[in-house]
Each structure stands twice: as structure tokens, then as C-alpha cells.
Design a protein around this ligand. Structure first.
Ligand SMILES: C[S@@+](CC[C@H](N)C(=O)[O-])C[C@H]1O[C@@H](n2cnc3c(N)ncnc32)[C@H](O)[C@@H]1O
Length: 317
């Protein structure tokens, strides 16, 4: 005990920081819920998340809310009640050809190198995991890039309509995952509306013609809006699945590329670190990890860092 006090007395004195008052009443219940959302889904407790929750529970009484929060505390993150709630708290913004310099680098350098290496080794499988894929635009884009990279190296051919078919020895798998059931359903459905700030906001006519076809049987279409889906030669390489990045296991192993962009920014540092542990496990040796521009890579010893015109990518040692 004496020793403990002595040790404490040598600790530099730091100005005491008043702890943030824990909210009470309904705000207190919302705060409890925010913390539970964080442990189950990584979504950082922020004023914005609390505001969204306050809006959702505007009409509930404090007693009802308290009872419901108690009930939720006993449910795992895989329960449908949690999954319904998290739909409204996550940001699903995405579109085709988001960050063109990165996509060009991915196709022209990262994929080109990895595909060539696999070809040399006589290994004709190529697997990509797009983590936090939202409604699937990023994942679909990855198939387009992969087919173009294969065509460039003479491992795929295209017909007069621009449909690219890889040499039959290749097996391509591009898997998009997201915690939200709703966006995964939309990604599987693959009907993308073409309007102002929608999925095609930065997509060329040439790409639209080559990779997409008009959908005529849309249920409840927006008036005057055209809908497109990727052509079958793209869709046949795509899979979408629900997966929480806070799960102990990745949805896939032996991936050649793992890409996770505009997702980790919503997580606390400790969560980012453990999610990146999952990426490391999902990657095969020499596989490449691509993160968003502002994301820090937490395991530098495990990767060789490369840098190109579209940013950084990390090759698993
Ligand atoms: C802003 S979108 C990014 C979409 C795409 N990667 C892009 O860059 O365009 C972020 C996505 O991350 C998903 N997400 C958030 N927390 C997640 C978690 N714990 N596990 C899996 N996905 C999560 C959200 O549901 C959302 O669809």
C-alpha cells in the first residue's frame, strides 16, 4: 500500500479533467443505446448518431425507451432488431467510379501485377473482398476493372458489344459485404437509377453502354427516371453478402485484394485496428490491401507499403 502511494506520488501531476456528465432521462437512454451500437457495429458515438436516435425515439416515453434499451442490451448484434436499427444509423453514400485516380491505379498497377504473378504461378483464381460495399457500386466497378485488366494482358477477349469474357481457365470472385441488410438486398437486386446525384453521377456514357443494360421491369420506379443493371458478363462474377466488420472472422479467406473505403472513418481507433486485423487474415500472401485516403494502416510490419498516382496500397508479406 505504502509502495503504491509512493509510486503514485511520482506520477506527474496533470490538470484534472472534469468527466463529461452522463446524460439522464431520455437522453441518458439514447446515450446507453449509442454505446451499445458502438460495441456491436463499431459506429462511433457522435452527436450525429445521438441526434438520429433522438429523432427515431422522439415519441417514446422515457419508461418505454428504458425498457426497450434493457431488452436490446440482452440481444446479440446479429439479432434482426439490432440490424434494423443500424440501417438508420449508417451512412450509405456511394457511386460508380468514385475516386478515379485510385481505380486507375488499382487496374493498371495493382491488379496488373497481381494477375501477372498468378499467371506465372499457373494459379488462375482471383478473389476480391469489397468490405462495407453499401449498394454495390464499388463492387461492380471492381469486376469491370478486373475484366479490363485481364483483357489488357491477353487473358480475356471482348465481342463487338464490348462484353469481356476471361479465358475459361480463370475463376473470378468479387464479393461485396455490408452490415446493412437493406443495402445488400439493393446490391443483389442491382437496379441503379440514373438521375442527378445518383449512382451514375460520375460515370461515362461509354462505360454505361459497355457494362450496363436498361431495366424495364422496375417495381415502383421514380417517374421519368431510367434504371440500369450491370450486364450478365459482369454480374456473373459478383456476390453480395451481409457481414459485420466487428465479427471475429472475415467472410472470405485467400483474397488477392481487400478494399475498404469510406467505412473506417466512422469507427474509433481501437475498432479500426481490429477490423484491419480481419483484413490481414482475409488476404493471401502478396495480396493487396486498399484503404480510404484518410485511413491509417495500423499494422505496418505486416505489409510492404507502395505508393502510386491513386494513393497507397499495402502488400501482405
Ligand atoms: C459510405 S458507405 C461506403 C461504400 C463504398 N465502400 C464506397 O466507398 O463508396 C459505408 C458503408 O459501410 C457500412 N458499414 C458501417 N459499419 C459497418 C460494419 N460494422 N460492418 C460492415 N459494414 C459496415 C455501412 O452500412 C455503409 O453501407
Amino acid at each position: 500500500m505504502q509502495q503504491g502511494v509512493a509510486a503514485l506520488s511520482s506520477v506527474p501531476v496533470v490538470a484534472a479533467v472534469a468527466p463529461r456528465p452522463v446524460p439522464t432521462g431520455k437522453a441518458g437512454q439514447v446515450h446507453r443505446l449509442t454505446l451499445m451500437v458502438e460495441t456491436r457495429f463499431g459506429v462511433q458515438p457522435s452527436g450525429q448518431v445521438e441526434k438520429k436516435l433522438e429523432r427515431i425515439f422522439e415519441k417514446a416515453s422515457e419508461g418505454d425507451l428504458c425498457e426497450w434499451v434493457d431488452h436490446m442490451s440482452g440481444l446479440p448484434g446479429t439479432d434482426s432488431e439490432w440490424l434494423s436499427l443500424v440501417e438508420s444509423l449508417t451512412v450509405h453514400e456511394t457511386y460508380f467510379c468514385r475516386d478515379k485516380p485510385m481505380l486507375r491505379m488499382l487496374r493498371g498497377v495493382v491488379m496488373a501485377q497481381l494477375l501477372e504473378r498468378k499467371k506465372q504461378a499457373g494459379n488462375y483464381t482471383f478473389k476480391i473482398w469489397s468490405a462495407g460495399c453499401s449498394t454495390g457500386e464499388e463492387t461492380t466497378n471492381l469486376v469491370m476493372l478486373l475484366l479490363q485488366a485481364l483483357e489488357k494482358m491477353g487473358e480475356a477477349t471482348s465481342n463487338i458489344n464490348g462484353e469481356i469474357t476471361p479465358h475459361p481457365r480463370w475463376r473470378l470472385e468479387v464479393i461485396g459485404t455490408d452490415v446493412s441488410r437493406q443495402v445488400v438486398t439493393t446490391a443483389k437486386n442491382a437496379h441503379y437509377a440514373d438521375f442527378g446525384m445518383g449512382s451514375f453521377r460520375d460515370f461515362s456514357e461509354k462505360n454505361l453502354k459497355q457494362f450496363f443494360e436498361l431495366v424495364v421491369d422496375v417495381v415502383d420506379p421514380l417517374p421519368g427516371v431510367k434504371y440500369y443493371r450491370a450486364k450478365n458478363f459482369v454480374r456473373r462474377h459478383l456476390t453480395f453478402r451481409q457481414h459485420n466488420l466487428l465479427s471475429p472472422t472475415p467472410p472470405e479467406n485467400n483474397c488477392d485484394v481487400v478494399i475498404c473505403r469510406n467505412v473506417l472513418i466512422y469507427f474509433q481507433d481501437s475498432v479500426k485496428r481490429s477490423v484491419q486485423e480481419l483484413f490481414h487474415r482475409a488476404l493471401s500472401q502478396n495480396g493487396a490491401l486498399l484503404l480510404g485516403g484518410p485511413d491509417v494502416q495500423y499494422w505496418p510490419d505486416r505489409y510492404e507499403r507502395n505508393f502510386g498516382d491513386g494513393g497507397a496500397w499495402y502488400v501482405k508479406k
